[in-house]
Design a protein around this ligand. Structure first.
Ligand SMILES: [Zn+2]
Length: 394
């Protein structure tokens, strides 16, 4: 009994210390007001970010390869300081017989320039880019072209401020004194089932990546033991882009992160910075009773193989699912059925969340200059590549 009580005290202390260490710095009203919008880049026909993703992207097909190339080209052109990696696997599927289908996860990372790989804790922004094999021609705009686009926009919106912040830290000699924080984007392949959702026919890319990272060890004495431990928060976006979404807080251990995001939404609504008019917030469960978190793994999605290995998850997915989900009700999930004000608002909320996570207040355009010696590009290197209480699939 006594031991238990002491261990509880230590647990509480550890949580307090962790929160202090994470030290999220709120963005000022001015910073929120000046957050960029994607504008024409989210045009569904010609937008430089979104339009190229709005095509069928079944794993192993030319459409999938073209979208992979779009991600790589866009980052190489717009955000050359992001390191590009691929994680490849193959698997048979119930729809393709003995043929090995290739699955390609694309991983983009931006870390403090001085930091050692094993000492960096990363915010992972995650969405899947593959689409259903049937119905033929399925576009998957909310599932998950729009979430991929929101992540790209958020990355571009914070990139310069990260450069400024890290340059300032190096200039004042404070680099390496705090915990090291980076941002990582995971564009995952093979989320969808080929035939029917089962543990084996779904999450092909996520399963391969979680398994691979669990056994990719950092050098001895690193802060994090392996690549999976380096993920501080796995922020998974899915089925976003339809009007009036309602996103519950699914997990007790990341409710504090949900609250951060809900607070940002609430501040931006009060300041009239969001384009949507809603009768309830996108994130309505800021004050959720801690005793009412019931689902252990939540909705079946790409977080499952990571969560099963102890990674902290913030799952941003609506309940109920949008009407267009998988074209089930005859309404196609395509670009024309996206609600663009909702897409823009999500992009803004996500950008603000990443900026707070990375403590970027004071480093946005006009707030601090980038020293000349920090404008260099880091050279780009490419490398080769239940438990479940709710069985709903995405
Ligand atoms: Zn889906």
């Amino acid at each position: 009994m006594l031991d238990q009580r002491f261990s509880n005290i230590w647990l509480v202390l550890a949580c307090v210390l962790l929160r202090t260490a994470l030290g999220l710095t709120p963005l000022s009203d001015d910073s929120l007001r000046n957050l960029p919008i994607a504008g024409a880049d989210f045009d569904i026909k010609s937008g430089g970010i979104l339009a190229p993703i709005l095509v069928p992207r079944v794993p192993g097909t030319p459409g999938s390869k073209r979208v992979q190339q779009h991600f790589v080209d866009w980052f190489s052109t717009n955000l050359p300081n992001w390191h590009i990696d691929y994680q490849n696997s193959t698997s048979k599927t119930p729809a393709t017989g003995d043929k090995q289908v290739p699955f390609v996860n694309i991983i983009l990372t931006r870390d403090p320039p001085w930091a050692r790989e094993g000492n960096i804790g990363r915010l992972a922004l995650v969405a899947h880019y593959d689409t259903l094999i049937t119905p033929e021609g399925f576009i998957g705009a909310i599932d998950s072209a729009a979430p991929c686009a929101m992540i790209m926009h958020a990355a571009r919106s914070v990139d310069e401020a990260m450069t400024r912040k890290w340059a300032a830290m190096e200039a004042e000699g404070s680099s390496g004194l705090e915990e090291e924080k980076g941002v990582q984007i995971l564009f995952l392949d093979g989320e969808e089932a080929f035939v029917h959702w089962t543990d084996d026919d779904s999450l092909y890319g996520a399963r391969a990546l979680a398994e691979s990272w669990e056994s990719t060890y950092h050098p001895a004495m690193s802060t994090y033991q392996n690549k999976l431990d380096s993920v501080s928060l796995f922020l998974l976006l899915d089925l976003l882009g339809s009007a009036k979404p309602r996103i519950p807080s699914y997990f007790k251990t990341t409710h504090w992160a949900y609250q951060h995001m809900a607070l940002l939404e609430s501040r931006m609504r009060t300041m009239e910075l969001l384009a949507t008019e809603v009768d309830h917030p996108f994130l309505p469960e800021h004050d959720k009773d801690p005793d009412t978190f019931r689902m252990r793994f939540g909705i079946q999605d790409d977080h499952i193989p990571f969560m099963a290995r102890g990674v902290e998850i913030l799952h941003i997915i609506p309940t109920p699912f949008p009407e267009v989900w998988h074209n089930h009700r005859g309404v196609p999930d395509d670009g024309e059925h996206l609600d663009m004000p909702t897409v823009d608002d999500w992009a803004k909320i996500l950008t603000a969340f990443v900026a707070e996570w990375m403590d970027l207040e004071g480093y946005f355009s006009g707030q601090a200059e980038i020293p000349d010696n920090a404008k260099r590009s880091v050279s780009k290197r490419k490398t080769e590549f239940d438990l479940v209480s709710n069985r709903v699939q995405r």
